[in-house]
Design a protein around this ligand. Structure first.
Ligand code: NAD
Length: 422
C-alpha cells in the first residue's frame, strides 16, 4: 500500500510497514481491517514562525500525527530534533498505537515533532517555539482527544509550557492535556525515570527467562539521556557492569565498569559523555564490536543495521529507543540467536506512568512514588509474560508476538466499532 504523501523507500515508516506485513499472517481472522494500521488516521503539518532574540523571524516545521484512536485518545511524545520529518513522526505514532495496546492501556497512538535543534535556541526562543507549536496543534489535542508527552529534545519544563498554552486557549487549567509535566503542575512521581525503569524491568524478566545472570553481565548503552542513563543506573545497581556508553559527543569504554552515577553527574555538567575521566574514548563504530551480554540502544531509530547486527557480540538487545533495529537486521539477530526485547514493550514504561499521570490528573488525587513503581512493575511484568508466552505458542520472535497481541486488540476494537457510516 502506498501513500501519496510518502515517497521514501527506507525510512522509519517503511520499517513499521514491514513489521505489520510480518504479523499479517497471524491475523487472517481480522484481515478485512488490517489496512487501518497501514495509514495514519490524521496527520497535521503546521508552520511555527517565531521571533528570534535578534529580532529576525524564523519558520520551523511541526507535526502532530494521530495514527489510530480505536482504543481511546491519542498518546505519544513530542520530539524536537533537526531530522524530524512526517515519515518519522508517522512511524513513531504507529509504534505508540502498538505500544499502548501491548500494555493494554486505554489509548491509541500519536506523536508530534518540530524540525529544530533545540540546543541552538535560547530558553526564550524555545518557549516561544513551544507555545506557538502548541497553539497550532490545539485543535486536535486535548485531555480526551490526544495527550502529548516528552520525547527526544523535550522535557518536563516544555510540557509545563504546553499545558499552560493549551489551558489559555480553553479558558481553564487542563492538567490532563499533556503528561510528563513538572510535579507541581500535576505531573506524576516516577515519570521521568519510568522509561529507563521499564527497560530494566523487561530486561531483568527476559534475562531470567533465558538464564542470563544480571550479576556480572556486561552492558553497553547507546544514548545516555533520560532512558539510557536510568536504565544503566538500574543495571549497575543489579550488579551488572556497564562497560561502554555512547552519546552524540562520543563513545567511552571501561572494561572494569563505568561508575554510572559519576557519569550521570558528568553528563549533567558537560551535556555529554565526552571527556569523562574514568574511561577511554573509542571510535563510535567500535561500540558495535564490544564484547558484551546486553546492548541497550537508547538514542535514535535505525541504529542496528545489517552490518552491525552481524558484528554484535551480545545475547540480548533491549530496545530503549523506538525503532532502533532494521527488519533485515532483525533477521540476522534471529539467526544468530540474539534475543531482542522489542521497543513496543521494552520502552513502554514511560507511557505506562504517563497513563498513571493522566489518571491522577483526572481524579485530582496523587499516588506515592512507591505505589507508582509497584503498579509499573506489575503492568510491565504482566505484558512481558504475555508476549513471551505468545512467542512460544506461535514459535515467533518477541517482536512478532508483541505485534500479534497488540494488533489483535486494536483490530478487534475497530471491528466492534464498525466502519462509519457503514
Ligand atoms: P534524551 O534526549 O534524554 O537522550 C537522547 C540521548 O541520545 C542523548 O544521550 C544523546 O546524546 C543521544 N544521541 C543523540 N543522537 C545520537 C547519535 N547520533 N548517536 C549516539 N547517541 C545519540 O532522549 P530520551 O528521552 O532518553 O529518548 C531516547 C530514546 O528513547 C528515543 O528513541 C525515544 O523515542 C525513546 N523513548 C523515550 C521515552 C521517554 O519517556 N523519554 C519513552 C519511550 C521511548
Amino acid at each position: 500500500m502506498t501513500l501519496s504523501y510518502i515517497d521514501e523507500e527506507n525510512g522509519a515508516w517503511q520499517t513499521y510497514l514491514a513489521q505489520i506485513d510480518r504479523v499479517a499472517p497471524y491475523l487472517t481472522h481480522l484481515s478485512d481491517y488490517i489496512d487501518t494500521l497501514k495509514r495514519p488516521k490524521r496527520a497535521l503539518i503546521v508552520d511555527v514562525p517565531i521571533v528570534m532574540d535578534d529580532g529576525s523571524i524564523q519558520h520551523f516545521e511541526g507535526y502532530r500525527v494521530q495514527h489510530n484512536l480505536s482504543r481511546g485518545p491519542g498518546k505519544g511524545g513530542i520530539r524536537y530534533h533537526p531530522d524530524v520529518d512526517l515519515s518519522e513522526v508517522m512511524a513513531l505514532s504507529a509504534w505508540m498505537t502498538i505500544k499502548t495496546a501491548v500494555l493494554n492501556l486505554p489509548f491509541g497512538g500519536a506523536k508530534g515533532g518540530v524540525r529544530v535543534d533545540p540546543r541552538k535556541l535560547s530558553t526564550r526562543e524555545l518557549e516561544r517555539l513551544t507555545r506557538r507549536f502548541t497553539t497550532e496543534i490545539s485543535p486536535i489535542i486535548g485531555a480526551q482527544k490526544d495527550i502529548p508527552a516528552p520525547d527526544v529534545g523535550t522535557n518536563a519544563h516544555i510540557m509545563g509550557w504546553m499545558m499552560d498554552t493549551y489551558s489559555s486557549t480553553q479558558g481553564h487549567t487542563v492538567t490532563g492535556v499533556v503528561t510528563g509535566k513538572p510535579i507541581h503542575l500535576g505531573g506524576s512521581l516516577g515519570r521521568v525515570k519510568a522509561t529507563g525503569r521499564g527497560v530494566f524491568i523487561t530486561g531483568r524478566h527476559v534475562a531470567n527467562s533465558i538464564g542470563l545472570k544480571l550479576e556480572g553481565a556486561k552492558v553497553a548503552v547507546q544514548g545516555f539521556g533520560n532512558v539510557g542513563g536510568e536504565a544503566a543506573l538500574l543495571f549497575a545497581e543489579a550488579k551488572a557492569i556497564v562497560t561502554c556508553v555512547q552519546d552524540h559527543t562520543g563513545t567511552i569504554y571501561n572494561p572494569n565498569g563505568l561508575p554510572v552515577e559519576a557519569l550521570i553527574a558528568h553528563v549533567e555538567k558537560h551535556q555529554g559523555v565526552g571527556g569523562f575521566a574514568d574511561a577511554i574514548a573509542i571510535d563510535n563504530e567500535a561500540f558495535w564490536d564490544a564484547e558484551i551480554d546486553i546492548v541497550i540502544p537508547a538514542a535514535l531509530e535505525g541504529q542496528i543495521t545489517v552490518d552491525r547486527a552481524r558484528r554484535l557480540n551480545a545475547k540480548m538487545v533491549l530496545e530503549g529507543a523506538n525503532g532502533p533495529t532494521y527488519p533485515e537486521a532483525d533477521d540476522i539477530l534471529i539467526e544468530r540467536g540474539v534475543v531482542v526485547v522489542p521497543d513496543v514493550i521494552c520502552n513502554a514504561g514511560g507511557v505506562t506512568v504517563s497513563y498513571f499521570e493522566w489518571v491522577q490528573d483526572m481524579a485530582s488525587y496523587f499516588w506515592s512514588e512507591d505505589e507508582i513503581n509497584q503498579r509499573l512493575d506489575k503492568l510491565m511484568v504482566q505484558a512481558v509474560e504475555d508476549v513471551w508466552r505468545c512467542a512460544h505458542e506461535n514459535k515467533c520472535t518477541m517482536r512478532t508476538a508483541a505485534y500479534i497481541l497488540a494488533c489483535e486488540r486494536i483490530l478487534l476494537a475497530r471491528q466492534e466499532r464498525g466502519i462509519f457510516p457503514g
